[in-house]
Design a protein around this ligand. Structure first.
Ligand SMILES: NC(=O)c1ccc[n+]([C@@H]2O[C@H](COP(=O)([O-])OP(=O)(O)OC[C@H]3O[C@@H](n4cnc5c(N)ncnc54)[C@H](OP(=O)(O)O)[C@@H]3O)[C@@H](O)[C@H]2O)c1
Length: 325
């Protein structure tokens, strides 16, 4: 499969597979088939978090499932597995965001040990701050993650659900402290632009939650080629493929401009004999600076559909049409 470089040193597949539901709502047998097929197709980049599974009463289930699968397959060294800290609930059975663990130094030190154990690895390849915890001084979070990199417990570090100005501030604070800087940012991103009103509409951890990639992020990425965007939920959680699953207002996509863009997407998909999902992934893969789509699949058929996007070549004129819609 096509590859990308993250952190100026790790080669990863250009598609990243989300393991959020694996072992929980995606049953172990199906999840195993999906993972095996992804690897067989050349996939090497897999995403999880220390809280995945908590909506099903099993926080850490996804990490644990991946850890066991890698041990059984003996393929750990061929993979880049990303995990995250910050959004795990401190109250068993209540995943509400008011209970999130946050990004204090002690929390990070404990969380990384538990993730290493569940994943059954010596080092985490890519470790993200899952959220922007504004209750904790940013220098503390940056220092704690930087120390983990110094100790060799994590390789590349990154952040998620973070504005571009906070990303830049974190990187400056890391430079001041002489520790590793964030080199990956993971944001919600698809072919549709989110309404600006959706940005920061959700209040979390005493602050606002900024999940989407914005034009400011792209401006930042153009000037900072050592930072890579990983785009989560590029398939809008199935809304392109399922008419019965409309765009959700709380995700910021239920507005007139989004529908105009969706119409153009459908036209292009028809012309190319592809599905809208495939066009979105292929469009992203052709972007400069690089964007790594991080998608989910709950069946091997869904996975195969996404994998085929790697071979879908969209000419420049059509890319321009998609961009301008
Ligand atoms: N950093 C963060 O805060 C954050 C937040 C959310 C997610 N993530 C990461 O992003 C990954 C992907 O998230 P996601 O799964 O929500 O996003 P997604 O890729 O937008 O959606 C995937 C879902 O779309 C549906 N789908 C895909 N192809 C389909 C088809 N051909 N027909 C019908 N339905 C289809 C499936 O839903 P069904 O399963 O219902 O069939 C599938 O599970 C997660 O696993 C996680 O690793 C990160």
């Amino acid at each position: 499969m096509l590859t990308r470089t993250i952190g100026n040193r790790r080669n990863v597949s250009a598609l990243c597979l989300g393991a959020m539901n694996f072992g929980a709502s995606t049953d172990p047998e199906t999840a195993t088939k999906i993972l095996d097929r992804f690897v067989e197709a050349g996939g090497t980049f897999i995403d999880t978090a220390n809280n995945y599974g908590q909506w099903h009463g099993q926080p850490g289930r996804s990490e644990e499932f991946l850890g066991n699968w890698m041990r059984e397959r003996g393929n750990r060294d061929q993979l880049t597995v990303a995990t995250k800290v910050g959004a795990r609930s401190t109250v068993p059975g209540d995943p509400g965001d008011e209970h999130w663990e946050g990004l204090g130094a002690e929390t990070i030190e404990n969380a990384v040990k538990q993730s290493l154990e569940r994943l059954r690895v010596e080092r985490i390849d890519l470790y993200y701050a899952h959220i922007d915890d504004r209750r904790t001084p940013l220098e503390q979070t940056v220092g704690a993650l930087g120390s983990l990199a110094k100790e060799g417990l994590v390789d590349v570090i990154g952040c998620s659900n973070t504005t571009s100005w906070r990303l830049e501030r974190a990187r400056q604070l890391a430079t001041d402290q002489g520790v590793a800087r964030y080199e990956v940012i993971q944001q919600r991103h698809t072919y549709l632009w989110a309404s600006p009103l959706a940005q920061g509409a959700e209040r979390r951890l005493g602050s606002r939650h900024f999940p989407h990639a914005t034009t400011e992020h792209f401006d930042y990425l153009e000037e900072h080629r050592d930072v890579t965007l990983v785009a989560y939920a590029p398939l809008v959680e199935g809304s392109y493929a399922r008419p019965e699953r409309p765009f959700r207002a709380e995700r910021g996509y239920a507005h007139p401009t989004a529908y105009v863009r969706f119409e153009e997407l459908r036209k292009v998909a028809n012309e190319l004999g592809a599905t809208p999902n495939q066009v979105v992934l292929a469009w992203m893969l052709q972007k400069d600076p690089a964007v790594i789509p991080l998608f989910g699949a709950s069946s091997v058929d869904q996975l195969d559909e996404a994998l085929a996007a790697v071979d879908l070549d969209i000419d420049e004129e059509t890319i321009e049409r998609l961009d301008q819609a």
